[in-house]
Design a protein around this ligand. Sequence first.
Ligand code: NAG
Ligand code: NAG
Ligand code: NAG
Ligand code: NAG
Ligand code: NAG
Ligand code: NAG
Ligand code: NAG
Ligand code: NAG
Ligand code: NAG
Ligand code: NAG
Length: 464
Amino acid sequence: MHDSRFIALVFLLEDLATIYIYISISILVNSYAEKMGWLSSWSYQLILCIQLLLLHSLTHSKLCSHDQASALIHFKQLFTYSYDTGLHQKLKNWKEDTDCCSWDGVTCDMDTGHVTGLDLSYEGLNGTIPSNTTLFLLPYLQVLRLCGNPHVIGTFPEFNSSNPLEVLDVSLTGFSGRLPNSIGNLKSITGLILIGCNFIGSIPASLSNLQSVRILDLRGNRFVGTIPEIFVNLTQLSSLDLSSNQLSGPIPSSLSGLSNLEYFDLSRNSLNGTIPSSISELVKLSRISVSSNYLSGNLEPYMFAKLTNLYYLDLSSNNLSGNLEPYLFAKLTNLLLLDLSSNNFSGNLEPYFFTNLTSLSSLDLSNNSLSSTSTTKVNSSFESPCNLRMLILSHNKIHGKIPKWMGDLGKDSLTSLDLSHNFLTGGIEQLPWKNLDFLDLRAVMACDGAVASFDNRRGHAGVQ
Ligand SMILES: *[C@@H]1O[C@H](CO)[C@@H](O)[C@H](O)[C@H]1NC(C)=O
Ligand SMILES: *[C@@H]1O[C@H](CO)[C@@H](O)[C@H](O)[C@H]1NC(C)=O
Ligand SMILES: *[C@@H]1O[C@H](CO)[C@@H](O)[C@H](O)[C@H]1NC(C)=O
Ligand SMILES: *[C@@H]1O[C@H](CO)[C@@H](O)[C@H](O)[C@H]1NC(C)=O
Ligand SMILES: *[C@@H]1O[C@H](CO)[C@@H](O)[C@H](O)[C@H]1NC(C)=O
Ligand SMILES: *[C@@H]1O[C@H](CO)[C@@H](O)[C@H](O)[C@H]1NC(C)=O
Ligand SMILES: *[C@@H]1O[C@H](CO)[C@@H](O)[C@H](O)[C@H]1NC(C)=O
Ligand SMILES: *[C@@H]1O[C@H](CO)[C@@H](O)[C@H](O)[C@H]1NC(C)=O
Ligand SMILES: *[C@@H]1O[C@H](CO)[C@@H](O)[C@H](O)[C@H]1NC(C)=O
Ligand SMILES: *[C@@H]1O[C@H](CO)[C@@H](O)[C@H](O)[C@H]1NC(C)=O
């Protein structure tokens, strides 16, 4: 007990104002305790503990070291201000003679007083952050968020291996230049989020060292070159987004290391080659998009068999080919969206393609070379998707009558149907879909041979 008294005393000496508060509260608490007869030794200790905790939080309300405060003040001075615009409100109370841990946007470790977090997202900052900025020198900074400041210009510094950064988010800023190889030194990083900046150059292979990374989002920059084989050891990665860059070459086969990957987006690049079969092992995947690349080859029948968590699959605008095998997607009972449009798929679209796709809401198979035979019959075990709202089969090679089984697709749910630019000749006397408000059957031949020109929107469906 004497020891704890001594520690308390040391704390006390830190801040005279706190002593006053502490003593007042102590007297209050002690006298109340005495009144209640709580002076057995355990209750006394309890009271002492509470007092110490209180004291601790009081003394720690002013902690920020001079070095860190001045690093932040230097940082603040990089920008031009016009407070009347309602922007940079957070920086208003950054004043030299105050405790930086109380500044808006600044987070401190309450035990040590070190600045561990800085969030100045969407503050309308305007200025240039040099790569030797004091900001990156804050030695304990774990979280840095500057996103949504488009008038901030900057480049990354060299990072050394004692850098404790865990989250680095400079999305939607004017950060530019190459990613330094030393970015691989950020051993603690869990989120590297660089959406919509002006980064150029290649993706450094050193990213393979970021073994704690969970979110890697580099979308919307100007990265070029191939995607390096960085994924072997990134077992924590759950979200990978490299979309909207200028990446080329194949999708790395080291993908199979990503055992925790849930979100995978490589769309809008110039990737070629095939979709690696290793993707079939990434059983946690819930969303895949590789649309708008130059991928080719067939979809292996087992490719999606284990990906039962998938709800979003977009392979559109590539050069994928082969038959759409009947049971290719039959394990994807959670699939909501399937987009295979603008590829080179061929063969017969069979009703068993829809097996088990009970959640499917949106299906786009347009602009392929699919056909369908109107004579295909289904038996009673055929369960058509009952939640289908959008079905696009335009620009294919479907000849003859609309197959009868197709009328069962989303009979009560379908709101949008596009069968245009095929070679249909009618076939369903009465449209089975009850809730359509968009119907495009252009180039469907009516029974008497006249071209039906119905591009009907908002409930004006009808044969002319
Ligand atoms: C940013 O600040 C500069 C002056 O430093 C000024 O010329 C420019 O107009 C500002 N830009 C915006 C968008 O406020
Ligand atoms: C950063 O570098 C510039 C020159 O390159 C120098 O003038 C400035 O003092 C440096 N700033 C810091 C914080 O080291
Ligand atoms: C890493 O960088 C920080 C800040 O620049 C510096 O204080 C520290 O000494 C460096 N550590 C090593 C191992 O180079
Ligand atoms: C993956 O990690 C292991 C063990 O830490 C290491 O030996 C190997 O070189 C790493 N592989 C890559 C590609 O970084
Ligand atoms: C991918 O593109 C590169 C560069 O254009 C080319 O050299 C390579 O042969 C292509 N690979 C495939 C599989 O098409
Ligand atoms: C698509 O792939 C086929 C081979 O499957 C190839 O012959 C064709 O040139 C490719 N088309 C484009 C536009 O890349
Ligand atoms: C349909 O789903 C069930 C339940 O997930 C599964 O057991 C069955 O194998 C699937 N059917 C096909 C043809 O894959
Ligand atoms: C069909 O796909 C090709 C190649 O992917 C593309 O160039 C074309 O614009 C697409 N047409 C339509 C109508 O989507
Ligand atoms: C579709 O694939 C065939 C070969 O399977 C190829 O000859 C043709 O060029 C491809 N079409 C396009 C638009 O790439
Ligand atoms: C319906 O057809 C499927 C596929 O052809 C077949 O596996 C199944 O046994 C048939 N069911 C009945 C009830 O005939």
